[in-house]
Design a protein around this ligand. Sequence first.
Ligand SMILES: [Mg+2]
Length: 229
Amino acid sequence: MKYVIFDFDGTLTQKGQNAWKNLWIKAGHPTNENSIYGILYKSFLDGELTYPEWCQLTCRYLKAKNISKYDVYEVGKNTLTLQDMNYTFKVLKESGYNLIILSGSVKQVIYACLNNSKNYFSKVFANEFVFDNNEILQEIIPTPFDFDGKRNLINQLLNNGVEKQNITFIGNSFNDEMVCETGVKTICINPETTNYDNKKIWSNVVQGNSLSLILPIIANKNSDKELCK
Ligand SMILES: [Mg+2]
């Protein structure tokens, strides 16, 4: 089995797109550094909140504004993807790759954004919104596969017998960096807040508007990559 594993925000979507931020904006909350949005995120990064606690508090604030299933759908619909996305998925599928999304974004946003292209993926790992009978947000089920979880999921594949050289991961940011500890090929696309020139973290870097930029890199045989840890 061969796998191409994608992050979502800023990897399949255009630079600067962030589902969480867009959801807070949609709910009518400010998102500057000193806003509750900014403070919660910083508290998580500083280790004062766990990831599930951060999801729970985020849920509380989005719920307070009655954010609905339709609002979440609209955020996804309005999220711009990279060019040639469908073409890239099609080429990869035809070349025998299994495609997976491994994201700290929100499943419902991903599905609305990708529309029919979601059918290319055998699995989508992300946070999940649960809505009540009135289609208002009720709960956020946190993904166990963000940050170190991204590494853990890829390690699970390796432990199940998938060979290292048959996995490529595509990401863009610091929450993807721990994937390098698995030794699989890592492509950084349109880097954001990450050590993208650190060869131990990212095997390759591409910048541009077309997702198809990754195709020649995936096709290249993996060289033995130095582990980052
Ligand atoms: Mg990202």
